[in-house]
Design a binder for this molecule. Sequence first.
Ligand code: BGC
Length: 822
Amino acid sequence: MRIALRTTIAALLPLCLLAAPTLRAQAVAKPNDEALEARVTQLLAKLTPEQKLELLGGVNGFYTHAEPSIGLPALRMADGPMGIRNPGPSTAYPAGIALAATFDAELAFAEGSALGRDAKSRGVHFLLGPGVNIYRAPLNGRNFEYFGEDPFLASRLAVGYIQGVQSQGVAATVKHFALNNEEYDRHRINAVVDERTLHEIYLPAFEAAVKEAHVAAIMNSYNLVNGEHATQSNFLNNQLAKHDWKFDGIIMSDWNSTYDGVAAANAGLDLEMPSAKFMSPANLNGKVSQEIIDDKVRRLLRVAVKMGWLDHEQASSAPADDPASRAVAHRAALESVVMLKNRDALLPLDPASICTLAVIGPHANEAQVGGGGSSLVKPTAALSLVEALRATFPAHDHCPGVQYEAGVPDSKEVFASTSFVHGVRLEQFTSKDESGTARSSSAEHLVPLAKQEKGSPIHSVHYVADFKPSTPGKQLVVLQAGYQDDLTLIANGKELLRVRAPEGHTVLSAIVDLDANATLHLDLTGQVTQGPDGIGLGVTSLKTLVSKSATALAAKADAVLLNVGFDASTEGEGFDRSFELPGGQEELIAAVSALNKKTTVAINAGGGVAMTPWIESVPAVLHLWYGGEEGAPALAEILSGKQSPEGHLPISIEHSFAENPAHDSYFPGAGSTPTQPRITLSEGVMLGYRAYATSGVKPLFPFGFGLSYTSFTFAHLHVDKTPQGVQVSVDVKNTGTHSGGEAVQVYVSDPSASIKRPALELKAFRKVHLDPRKRSICSSRSTAAPSLTGASSAMVGRSIPAISSSPSAITARTSPDGRAHD
Ligand code: BGC
């Protein structure tokens, strides 16, 4: 089979736009521009200045205002990006980072189309996705929504996804424009970046969304970019998007990301969501020219006319729970799992030879469809790993099949079981700074209540407790804060944990070492936004953390599937997460892998996690990301060998966070004040694999890496000059015994560049599915300027190959990265 992959290789032109693999043409009726503009002009002319102003702000949470006089309905919006959250339930697709791990732009189109149909069946006009912010560091709480660290990969997936959504007559909304690469203090953080980095790394996916996919809407982010709120950035909105890229759709704010109505309106924001708090008629009247207001209304009308919303009802008769959508979600989940390690071919497991499969892990008994926040979809139906594996590894002939243990307590169990010496002394204040007379009481435990009392008169707290270990040694201290609480936990006089208000509602933990007679004096102070009910505090010994029932199960089982990582409460919107696995899970891996040599670690996370402490002790590791509602059945198929893993890392995974080029500039630094935090993206274009390939540092797992149950060879790499540039082709052969998928990746370099460039940059990829002993030929066509092509080198690989020292070297990789864990 010969597969032609057409793309553009433009390694030498930092601002070049790269073409997508050919996807189906947009099916939305595209009125010819003149007729379209004439109709928009007519509609606009019928509106009074007051009616126009009213269209600049949302209403009822997720709608625009209707204007019955011109037949404009209230336009409905829905999150996004991995399923229709509102109204749910609906098909929950794998996380954005999981889609990126498929390296399959055509699948992105299929998922976009399915999402478009799901949206339409609910009468949704605007889907609030895709999210295309670049993965800069593993800590970002929303990495799971996005497409990884590479701008080319992100662009291709964004284009496929948007074309799919819009092919159904639904507007896609590319977000969050721009530089929303962390959740830390997201309303106030000022991301300072140079123009080259912005254009080479952080903007290409937005630019491709506009220029290639003709996205209907852009959503501005919360943060500031080079000192200006994104909603107030003339540079981002007017200059780049509307002028340079010729964007003719609407720029909407994120929900409450408008901070100054007049400044935003003049800087190019067209629609304030969820309501016109700042871009209100009263605020704008007389301060923003009629020409600017007309342009905003014109944009909204243009999208509505283009999509046909003035001509027909948006709600379709498609089923709300569509089996076709579920099938796409299943395929995406299957393609997204990345096998990082498979020593001695432990995987796949043969169900017939397994009497007891231990499934251990705090989240394995509940479906983990996604991370937390506005993207979290209530699935139509979803199985937990335990349920899905029970169906694949059933009980048979006196064999129990799957047995489950959580292994470590969840935070609420830690809170409820902590015995403080004399309970907790509570002082609660109506002031915000623990001044004035305290309401004093005491409690045996500090367990957060599910429902926090809104409008509570308590605004700050001071809690004190002493803890004596019943088992000396390392102790895990766990703190939970309520929504937007700002708390500091001091342990024996030193700050141990800090929850900052903008980080929202999260669970943090830290480890302290205590001798037999030591006392841990805990002092918790700070502001509580919605009353004190959201606070939880507990301490537990790491030695006794792993349950005896879990270790007993691990010891007797034929094999263990150990599910670790995060869930929607520990990784999500509004807060960042740790690189380390939370809640004593590293101890769980150590205990279980010591007792069972057939342990497979399966990770739920939106990016990399710290694996150095345990990677050598486990034979097999799978990265599951968040697999949507089909994630668990997909894993069962992979574990049992029905399907080979074929995902490839859309990120680099470091040995430690310190290795990451953004490590020193992730949190606010020079030039920051507490109310004006600032980060400088000082690593520039050298992030992720670009940095590692250039410096020679080898991360634990490189970008593009992923193992399979079969093997592939690459041969006969040809790079041919064409009038437009170069065409790269390579034979790919499945030399193993299992069907499988391979992501062919083309990297280029420019050794003669006059400025420092990354040693490798991904410029083409193609997913190939091959049966055993079948051969496929991939070719990739470049349209880079011919005069420059002679200086580039192309490399094709499953993962980043060794850096070539020869300027014109062309390397074909014939096997997976040999240095990786096997
Ligand atoms: C998120 C957006 C989302 C919006 C509406 C915001 O908090 O940042 O991504 O689309 O809420 O739910």
